[in-house]
Write a protein that binds this ligand. Sequence first.
Ligand code: NAD
Ligand code: ZN
Length: 345
Amino acid sequence: MRAFQLVGWRQPPELREVPAPEPGPGQVLVKVAGAGACHSDLHIMQAPEPLPGFTAPPFTLGHENAGWVERLGPGVTGFEPGDAVIVYGSWGCGICTNCRQGQENYCQNLGGQGPGLGGGHDGGMAEYLLVPAARYLIPLGALDPRQAAPLSDAGLTSYHAVKRSLHLLGPGSTAVVIGAGGLGQMTIQILRALSAATTVVAVDTDAGKLETAKRMGADEALLSGDEAVTCIMDMTRKQGAQLVLDMVGIDPTLRMAAQVARSLGHLTIVGLGGGALPVDFSSPPHECSVASPYWGSLTELMEVITLAQQERINVLVEHFPLHRANEAYQLLHDGRIQGRAVITP
Ligand code: NAD
Ligand code: ZN
């Protein structure tokens, strides 16, 4: 089968011919319908050295996958060939405390953060994806897997990041989303679907992304920079926002995040841009909690799928066939994907 693989650190990925996997006991083979191209893959491709927890290349990229059950390995029950499924991607050991609590994204035997598929294991940018256990599959029902694939990361990561701060988002509150790309657009919709926040502010460097953000439920859309800081502080009577989500994570966005967060608020860093948050005694503001959540849990993914089935969130998707995967990543790198690029083998 064809697979889009990272062949070496800091080398461009290649479309290669590899053997199609066979499902062993407990495993499931999924025919891939769509695999989302995430900005994290660009970070992986540009990593100067082997990433902790990752296997050495070659491995197939793609950690945002959905498709149809192709074949069940011996002993697997609960699914039938042809079922439309989304694949939970943060595969843990299953037996450490965090995994047993349903937080496989913080598997202790993978150093508290498992790269999961598309990093430690072959991902979904291929015709077939081998899934180690049926529990990682969630039925999609009537949702189209080509459309739903990004819900497994862009959707799930955003959902987890918002849900942990919902108690701060009462009526009258403000949430700021810095970076309205693949994840940011999901975050805005999830804030709207779950929270009572009165004002959702999107911040981006790209005017097109800001327009999309407004269509997805943002009340205010601001160009990134000092004026955005002034505007948010005015909007919140100089208090700052209860929740600031930085979906970029570079020095300028982290500085902005610290400037617009409020005392007792949450500053949540989702973007892996490699920047540093400036910290001193009063910045971020007093008792503002900083967190850097990674992905989300299986049950949270089930909740995300329910929201999508209820049409309360949806993904703006652009499809690319497998042989155009490199082009999709180039467009993502250049900021020219409006929502999420999904590779369709
Ligand atoms: P994306 O490229 O689709 O979106 C990034 C957005 O940020 C774009 O709209 C871009 O215009 C905007 N942006 C760039 N510089 C900016 C600035 N200075 N100010 C404001 N906006 C700016 O990327 P994505 O796929 O949404 O991923 C976003 C980040 O989240 C990436 O760093 C990715 O690696 C990370 N990520 C983290 C997790 C996690 O578990 N923590 C999971 C998935 C992705
Ligand atoms: Zn991702």
